[in-house]
Design a protein around this ligand. Structure first.
Ligand SMILES: [Ca+2]
Ligand SMILES: [Ca+2]
Length: 233
């Protein structure tokens, strides 16, 4: 009898584990522009650094927003990275398989409507996720031709191997990427960069691949411009 009970307990254990890890957790993501007046300096003085409305996705797939080393797929990253317009990428991500939930972050905390993220301001968004899912997001580095901040293409695991939710400052997981769609000009100076460009999608086509930025120009460290924190609710 005791042996049977022990066997029953052993059989139940894995299922108990699964049920624990399947409990949905609600997360708050906060993306802050922490740049200061002289974070980026050009020949004529300080260059203000902004972030732009972006896209987030909770996923089980491996490359929901972009693929490093490959050309942009035309799914909307170009408009996000060149013009700070997240709507095209958001729409195409919605239709992908392996997406649990997704959305746009576009309204700075405390403001009435969508707009760019000035220094000392933050975007926030909330989602619910279960074990085994990852988070990806992207936001344009303004002012640039086609640069954006994002984690690696694989996203960030939202739970550890024991099923515990991720918590704290995750800025160290963020990189500055080049979408490979428009030739880079000096940051904050190029005339084809938002917000100086004459209109959206203006600039010399690059026909390159998505990669971490490496163009000979000087950029601030990621953690001088952006801070990302995740807080399970
Ligand atoms: Ca580029
Ligand atoms: Ca441009």
């Amino acid at each position: 009898m005791r042996l049977l009970s022990l066997m029953a307990l052993l059989l139940l254990l894995p299922f108990e584990g699964l049920s624990q890890s399947g409990v949905p957790t609600t997360f708050l993501i906060r993306i802050e522009n922490i740049s200061v007046e002289n974070t980026l300096q050009g020949p004529s003085g300080n260059i203000p650094l902004l972030l732009a409305p972006g896209v987030w996705a909770v996923h089980t797939s491996t490359r929901p927003l972009f693929a490093s080393g490959l050309a942009d797929t035309g799914a909307g990253m170009e408009a996000l990275a060149e013009d700070g317009n997240p709507s095209l990428l958001s729409a195409s991500v919605d239709n992908q398989s392996g997406i649990v939930s997704s959305g746009v972050f576009n309204t700075p905390v405390g403001e009435a409507g969508p707009g760019p993220l000035l220094p000392d301001r933050a975007y926030e968004f909330v989602f619910t996720a279960t074990s085994g899912t990852k988070l990806s997001f992207a936001t344009m580095f303004v002012q640039s031709n086609d640069l954006f901040y994002a984690p690696t293409e694989l996203g960030i695991a939202l739970f550890d191997s024991r099923g515990l939710p991720l918590e704290g400052d995750i800025t160290s997981l963020i990189r500055l990427w080049d979408a490979g769609t428009e030739v880079n000009q000096p940051p904050g100076i190029g005339l084809d960069q938002a917000p100086r460009q004459a209109r959206a999608n203006v600039g010399q086509a690059e026909n390159g691949v998505v990669r971490q930025v490496s163009d000979g120009y000087s950029y601030p460290d990621v953690d001088e411009v952006i801070r990302v924190t995740i807080t399970p609710q």
